[in-house]
Design a binder for this molecule. Structure first.
Ligand code: HEM
Length: 514
């Protein structure tokens, strides 16, 4: 036995999970001082068995993450657009949790990697949880959810080499020109933020607002960093990763701990249904296309409030790892849109959570709504609470049981006209993948452009020529100077520009081995 703690009288007694006191947590139960162990040592068995079950599957994407609690304080009145109670009056505060993440790396990946950052916000509103599961980019790589698993395969490890494959990445991107806008952001300065306090967040998709009169408008959400923007170059990031793999966790945790609370201005862009028709006719762009932004000059930012993070979790696993965000968590006054990728995501997340954490993941403290829950679902693994229907006799619906939970027609959304012929319409037809990517490129100053070229060239090392040429053709369509700059960075001698000759976006699409 180890020597008894002199303060033991003031400490709680260590127990098994069943509450039985543990007398010795240092020595297993053995047959004699040098003999084998006895199976009856249930304390040892419980300890080893629990360790075997300490991990849940990591998220299939966005596995590495960092989070904190805080609040939204409303500063601007948007009640004419939405009846959502969290926006009902200036000064109103709503608690929230944000989990930031990288997309491709596994749970142990280094933080300072070039990748899109997740920006997932859970608002604990009085009308249930609203999860705005966005990124630090206003657009995305694809515009049809059918492409998401393939896209993610190219970001993860090659099945044979178990290495990440630049060939797979550029093969997919060069065959998916809708990715060009997002690629341009990813390889620009904004693709490698120093930490999450110095970056923006975006809802990215088009959502809808519905007001008290049942009128609908389309909306995009923005979170503008009030700390400003900071980025690493690739060389700086390599140095950071050499020192620490946890640079973002260190930065966010320490800032919140020392009271240097990060803040974002929450803003919206609003598009009425008429404006959507006019804008679409004028530009040819689809307001529900996730690869496009709504230009601020046409749809100015309207400030809604300030988001502040001011409390660290006490237990990372319980509160950040088990946090479960889903675009399907929506509140009255906020709704979806015809954006195809959003439609796919409405299914994907809750399904992922049931697999990753379990059937009743919404009942865990971090995910539990801060308002009463009255659902008729019941039973299942780890169901530790009873019926939530208002009465022990109300286990089906409709029923005649006094006090039982009832549907509430006042929460119906106004109807949305979407009727058309059902078909597998090509998401690549009639889409302009180049103008907005080119506009972004032309906004960069010379230094920013050069870093973009260099970052792309570095990421293309070892990629077969046919793929490089196919991708250069896309850059050329966005802006000839974009393609020329990347070609120069790939092969600094003048011959490098040969790559530009005769390239076209429809060059060979033969499969290429990695
Ligand atoms: C995480 C699916 C597109 C942002 C995830 C997860 C899945 C998923 C399965 C893991 C969930 C979990 O285990 O907790 C999809 C699918 C997409 C898609 C099927 C397209 C069809 C997007 C887009 C965005 C986004 C467009 C941003 C605009 C995120 C974020 C997380 C995440 C931030 C991490 C949430 C957290 O911190 O727990 N996604 N995703 N995803 N996704 Fe997506």
């Amino acid at each position: 036995m180890s020597s008894p703690d002199p303060n033991a009288a003031q400490c709680p007694v260590m127990t098994t999970t069943a509450g039985n006191p543990i007398a010795d947590n240092q020595n297993s139960l053995s047959a004699g001082p040098r003999g084998p162990l006895l199976l009856q040592d249930y304390q040892l068995v419980e300890k080893l068995a629990h360790q075997n079950r300490e991990r849940v599957p990591e998220r299939v994407v966005h596995a590495k993450g960092w989070g904190a609690y805080g609040s939204l304080t409303v500063t601007g009145d948007i009640s004419r657009y939405t009846k959502a109670k969290l926006f009902s009056e200036i000064g109103k505060k709503t608690d929230l949790l944000i989990r930031f993440s990288t997309v491709a790396g596994e749970m142990g990946a280094a933080d300072a990697e070039r990748d899109v950052r997740g920006f997932a916000v859970k608002f604990y509103t009085e009308e249930g949880n609203w999860d705005l599961v966005g990124n630090n980019t206003p657009v995305f790589f694809i515009r049809d959810p059918m492409k998401f698993p393939d896209f993610i395969r190219t970001q993860k490890r090659h099945p044979r080499t178990n290495l990440r494959s630049p060939t797979a990445m550029w093969d997919f991107w060069s065959l998916s020109p809708e990715s060009l806008h997002q690629i341009t952001i990813l390889f620009s300065d904004r693709g490698l933020p120093t930490d999450v306090r110095h970056m923006n967040g975006y809802g990215s998709h088009t959502y809808s607002f519905v007001n008290d009169e049942g009128q609908r408008v389309w909306v995009k959400f923005h979170f503008k960093s009030m700390q400003g923007h900071r980025h690493w170059t690739n060389a700086e990031a390599a140095e950071v990763v050499g020192r620490t793999r946890e640079s973002t966790q260190e930065d966010l945790f320490a800032a919140v701990e020392r009271g240097d609370y990060p803040r974002w201005r929450m803003c919206v862009q609003i598009m009425t249904e008429d404006m959507a028709d006019e804008w679409s006719a004028r530009t040819g762009w689809n307001p529900f296309d996730l690869t496009k932004v709504w230009p601020h000059k046409d749809f100015p930012l309207i400030e809604v409030g300030v988001v502040e993070l001011n409390r660290n979790a006490d237990n990372y696993f319980a509160e950040i790892e088990q946090a479960a965000f889903s675009p399907s968590n929506i509140v009255p006054g906020i709704g979806f849109s015809p954006d195809r990728v959003l439609q796919g995501r409405i299914f994907a997340y809750a399904d992922a959570h049931r697999y990753r954490i379990g059937t009743h993941y919404e009942a865990l403290p971090v995910n539990r709504p801060r308002c009463p829950v009255h659902s008729y679902h019941r039973d299942g693994s780890m169901r530790f609470f009873g019926l939530q229907t208002g009465s022990p006799d109300a286990y089906y619906e409709p029923n005649s049981v006094a006090g039982s939970a009832q549907q509430a027609p006042q929460y119906r959304e106004p109807p949305l006209k979407i009727g058309d012929m059902a078909d597998r319409y090509s998401h690549r037809d009639d889409h302009d993948d180049y103008t907005q990517a080119g506009n972004l490129f032309r906004l960069f100053d010379e230094g920013q452009k050069q870093r973009l070229f260099d970052n792309i060239a570095a990421a293309m090392q070892g990629v077969p020529e046919v793929i490089v040429r196919r991708q250069l053709a896309h850059f050329a369509k966005a802006d000839p100077a974009y393609a020329a700059g990347v070609a120069r960075a790939l092969a600094p001698d003048p011959a490098g520009d040969d790559r530009l000759k005769g390239t076209s976006a429809t060059d060979s699409v033969e499969p290429v081995a990695s």
